[in-house]
Design a protein around this ligand. Sequence first.
Ligand SMILES: [Fe+2]
Ligand SMILES: [Fe+2]
Length: 212
Amino acid sequence: MMDFTVHGGWPQPLCALPPFAADLAADVDSLLAAHRCTITREHVPRVAREAVILARRFGVDPEAARAAALLHDVGGIVRRADMVALCESLGLPVVPEERQVPMLLHARLSVVLARERYGVTDAATLQAIRFHTTLHAEPAPLDVVVFLADKLEWDQGGVPPYHAELSAALDGGLRAGARWMLAWMATPAARLLIPHPDLRAAWAAFGITSPG
Ligand SMILES: [Fe+2]
Ligand SMILES: [Fe+2]
């Protein structure tokens, strides 16, 4: 595994991060704090709470939802400038859109940390982490729970402009909520830097016309 520089200027390999203390929420919080990810640190526990609420409401395993939500953005401790090189060194595929907007790789790196640091082996939990930003063509209910929790408790400050409409859409079920959110992400209001291929696949699967 290559050395890489994380926020705070620590050139060290992934495995040399401080040891995992025991409590997942506390450890993620201290890791984000140590890497000065202030916004994410505030965002993650909100997403975890929302994910558990959605999971209970829609018959999804709340523990898996909580774990995936706590870990979904932990890959953000890697500096954006290092994300492409790190993913390549780990043998992870990097698509052109990710090369253009490296932050799109944070979810892949969250999966690596979930597996390597936190010992998460459950494929469903790892998949929910992996696709939390975009969803994909055939999302499982757990994927949708984490995706929507991340959107309802977004990290852009305050309440998202779509909160009421998304909440109303969820009255029609988890898939209706996912469809509503994906459709909103196809509007100019979403101000997407670039649509990730996984998002395009989700739009196609949900019958949403992609912009541009
Ligand atoms: Fe994220
Ligand atoms: Fe997030």
